[in-house]
Design a binder for this molecule. Sequence first.
Ligand code: SF4
Ligand code: SF4
Length: 407
Amino acid sequence: MLNKQDLQKCIHCGLCLQACPTYVSTGQEAESPRGRIYLMRQVYEGRIGWAQARPSIDACMGCLGCQTACPSGVPYAKLLEAARAEVERYARTPLQRFVRKRAISTFTNPARLRLLLQLGRAFGIRRVPRWIAKRLGASETAVQLPPLPARTPPFQTVYPASGTPKARVGLLLGCAQRVLFDRVHRATIGMLTLAGYEVHVPRGQGCCGALWVHNGYPQEARRNAHRLFQAFRAMDYIVVNAAGCGATMKEYGLLFQGTPLQADAEAFARRVRDVHELLYESDLPDPKRDDSLCVTYHDACHLAHAQGIRHQPRALLQRLSGLKLVEMEGAEMCCGSAGIYNLLQPRLARDALQRKVRHIRETGATLVASANPGCTLWIRQGLREAELPIEVLHPVEILAKAYGVMP
Ligand code: SF4
Ligand code: SF4
């Protein structure tokens, strides 16, 4: 539910405007954070309905660049989640809700996602089909289907620490990350065990609920989260290597606010760590390789703006003496991937991607470090379309290779 105090925190100063990718693309007040908060307030006061505010709420990337820029402490993430839930409830038809829920449940189910990609490959389909995009309310289709990596052996349940274990950590496998970025998980396990953690991969963990809550379905998100409470109950920390998942899990207290599980959710959230946080606090040995690399770092929104993690990945990369880190302009500006935003809002997503690709090109880097699967896929697509021979990897993959723990 929207909250009056939260809405009133906005003093209309406009300091967030240039941090907003949709405002930068359109120059329209309604596509700015200030404009969106104004519309939410109009709905709250009963002057307009959600159907009128919906296009502007739908066009928000949820990147939270505005929350970082705001000097008044407007809790934009909280406002947006409340607005999205109300839009789903009051401004969509049952058919629209059904289609959107089917799409989210496919993307958040590794078996279904894998099957979808296998079918795409079997029938030579390279892009998300137009009819699917249309059913989801998008005017065109922008997203290419990523290649499906070969299946690898299942994960062990436990990976022992090198030396005396300092803590037991449970690794979240996630959905897209599990299907498409198995290598990131193996790199994470390699680095964490090297840093002295005993890594567990609990069975039956499922989705963290991020895609659900970001698209207005908190109840489904809570159902998913609840399964994680069981799966990770014996862990000292729950470690996450996908920015969007980690940000959502750290906010479980808010997701369960006012429910009997609020205290459990808050206790769980206190144990969630992004992989960079744990590695940054660790004494790591010297790297085994010292390849000469020119890297630029893309700040995934849900790592930088939602979790405040900017320094740790950069500092970890800079431990590699052969690695030159070149900052890109607008490193913290959303690339337009934003969960399934690039599927739902292709025009604005493409605009953000082209900006990101231009800024990457200007650095002269040959490698982009990106800590979120959606960003990685989308930026790879943009670089491929621009015919730039630049690779995109998770920072942990770069580290694991240098430390000799990449299986
Ligand atoms: S979340 Fe991102 S896209 Fe949405 S209003 Fe804020 S800055 Fe703009
Ligand atoms: S959201 Fe914050 S930065 Fe943006 S107009 Fe309101 S008070 Fe100013």
